[in-house]
Ligand binder design. Structure first.
Ligand code: IDP
Ligand code: MG
Length: 138
């Protein structure tokens, strides 16, 4: 069964949107395999966001992601990677389609970092790599 790493980022967690995000995942028909609330450490964030190192938004992104608790979930289902990214919506929450998590619940707050509520892995390779970073032995 395909699986993905979903993160309800610190903005979503602080706004009390964890349940709403998980509700949408379950309503779509995917399975919650593992859930953990934690404040991400910079060491693992650097691994997680290695592809963005050197970009102007990299350091603000790591600072934001380390700023408070977030919910980490392993979610499974046939084509869940594509399916979760569809229900998450486009990266820019202002432009994300209404009906999506980012489009319904997010917006650009004028801050240096795009606070866009959720992360979802973008390929099977990314998913297994990211799950290995955040969840030992799973
Ligand atoms: P994704 O989360 O939709 O896969 P990525 O391009 O992988 O988007 O970027 C990772 C995260 O970095 C985004 O979710 C967002 O929080 C942040 N980000 C991406 N592009 C920008 C930008 O241009 N400015 C500020 N933050 C950005
Ligand atoms: Mg990405």
């Amino acid at each position: 069964m395909e699986r993905t790493l979903v993160i309800v980022k610190p903005d979503g967690f602080a706004r009390g949107l964890t349940g709403e995000v998980l509700r949408r995942i379950e309503a779509k028909g995917y399975t919650l395999d593992t859930l953990q609330i934690m404040t991400a450490d910079r060491d693992r964030l650097a691994q997680h966001y290695a592809e963005h190192e050197g970009k102007p938004f990299y350091q603000p992104l790591v600072d934001f992601m380390a700023s408070g608790p977030a919910t980490f979930a392993i979610v499974s289902g046939h084509r869940v990677i594509e399916g979760f990214r569809a229900i998450a919506g486009a990266t820019d929450p202002t432009a994300a389609a209404p009906g999506s998590i980012r489009g319904d619940l997010g917006r650009d707050w004028g801050l240096a970092v795009q606070q866009n509520i959720v992360h979802g892995s973008d390929s099977p390779e990314s998913a297994e790599r990211e799950i290995g970073i955040w969840f030992a032995q799973r």
